[in-house]
Ligand binder design. Structure first.
Ligand code: ZN
Length: 457
């Protein structure tokens, strides 16, 4: 079977062939950088990173762009609250995002080639607004530029909503300068205390949707092969991207394939910042082996919801223990990673990562039984299967060293607590004894206003 992907646009699984096999293009909507991202926001980058690596293998050339939204009202609010310049917020959280994604193994073949920032494309955005106005798809009013939804008969073709539903979904506030309630903002005026750029419509800033249309065109061309993002972006964001891009480019198809990943559920509820049940990647990668988080994110099919829980993380750690255990048993064998056809077949089936993970388990069990020369082939396939998914690429000792440390944390914390208690009870001999024991294990203690912290030297 060749690569098949479920296309939201047609609601069908379709064979994927790029427009230009020597230059496959993919765009994934990236973060708005005003805070640390929660684990739900990592699912897209992880899953579509696996797709990126597959496209690189299959076609040899991929241009993959994932944007950074660095102008947004949420950023302005965060800067105001922190009392810092906007740039300090966006720089800090864009860097944190890259770090967090790299920790989850979204690097190398899994990472985007281009990470365009919206503020580097203001000229492109203004030019696109001008083109849309010239062609009657947009209009200026009171310092705003609005897209005229009525001018694009194809509006709604991705989300397949009727106009009334769309209005309800967008929670549109009907401003007096709008011709139609469903018209959306391409450009809006900025007061002096907000970021703004000179434009034909006065000092202002772009709306969110047009950023992606302008950046996709600037880096990947007017028609792209694959556009991906979370299912929560399908409407209105992706619908609006289509309207802007296709109207600005004479009706040319904007994206041939639309892929959408499902949301994470946390204790049964959709995980979002507004619900407050945030599990930040930044914290999770410090509390757990990041490879286990990656495994957990790949454990369900990307279009399905994923139930996120501590039990899922623990299960992922145990599974990786078993797989790395197999590799450790094969340490005496030299083998080069070779991606098995069965793994490619699973991924060709609309990125069926749960099937690929099941196949890895099967390959590991074969490897455990293998003897003689078959051990080398078994190891090569197991390493190759991991390579396709961004798993199993550490030395087993490195994995187990961290695993041991991880399970050892509770014991160390108990010793630290015991030392605090001993000091409180003025049993300084006991406190020193514990400190010496911890020091001999390479544990450094630090007194902070929040209490005693420890870390490994
Ligand atoms: Zn976007």
């Amino acid at each position: 079977m060749s690569l098949h992907l479920y296309n939201t646009l047609t609601r069908q699984s379709e064979p994927f062939t790029p427009t230009r096999p020597d230059q496959v293009t993919m765009y994934v909507c990236g973060p708005t950088v005003y805070n640390y991202v929660h684990i739900g926001n990592a699912r897209g980058p992880v899953v579509f990173g696996v797709l990126a690596a597959l496209l690189r293998r299959r076609f040899g050339a991929l241009r993959y762009a994932r944007n950074i939204t660095d102008v947004d009202d949420k950023i302005n609010a965060a800067a105001q609250q922190a009392g810092t310049p906007i740039r300090a917020i966006t720089d800090r959280f864009a860097a944190a995002y890259r770090e967090d994604m790299a920790a989850l193994g979204v690097d190398g073949a899994f990472a985007p080639d281009i990470e365009p920032a919206a503020t580097d494309h203001i000229d492109d955005i203004i030019a696109m607004c001008q083109r849309l106005i010239a062609d009657g798809h947009a209009y200026a009013a009171e310092g705003h530029v609005l897209f005229s939804v009525a001018s694009f008969p194809g509006y709604g073709k991705l989300s397949r909503r009727d106009p009334d539903d769309m209005l309800a979904g967008a929670r549109v506030e009907v401003a007096p300068y709008k011709r139609d309630a469903g018209d959306f903002v391409l450009w809006k005026p900025s007061s002096d205390d907000l970021p703004g750029w000179d434009s034909p419509w006065g000092r202002g800033r772009p709306g969110w949707h047009i950023e992606c249309s302008a950046m996709a065109a600037a880096h990947l061309g007017e028609t792209i092969d694959i556009h991906a993002g979370g299912v929560d972006l399908q409407f209105p964001h992706h619908e609006n991207e289509i309207a802007q891009s296709e109207c600005a480019h004479g009706g040319k198809t904007f994206a041939r394939f639309w892929l959408h990943n499902g949301m994470l559920n946390f204790a049964g509820a959709k995980m979002s910042k507004s619900l407050g049940n945030i599990e930040r990647v930044h914290d999770l990668v410090r509390a757990h082996p990041p490879e286990a988080l990656r495994y957990a994110l790949l454990s369900a099919h990307y279009r399905q919801p994923l139930e996120w829980s501590d039990a899922l993380i623990e299960q992922s750690i145990r599974t990786l223990d078993r797989l790395y255990g197999t590799l450790r048993d094969l340490a005496d064998v030299e083998a080069r990673a070779q991606i098995p056809a069965s793994i490619e077949a699973a991924l060709d089936d609309d990125l069926n990562t749960p099937a690929a993970l099941a196949e890895i388990a099967r390959l590991a069990s074969l490897a455990r039984k293998a003897e003689g020369d078959a051990r080398r082939d078994a190891k090569a396939e197991l390493l190759g299967a991991g390579l396709a998914l961004g798993l199993l690429q550490q030395a087993p000792e490195v994995w187990f060293a961290r695993g041991a440390d991880h399970s050892d944390d509770a014991r160390i914390q108990a010793l630290v607590d015991a030392r605090v208690a001993a000091k409180k009870a003025r049993d300084f001999a006991r406190a020193d004894e514990i400190r010496n024991q911890l020091a001999s294990e390479g544990i450094v203690l630090e007194d902070t206003p929040q209490g005693v912290r420890w870390q490994r030297r």
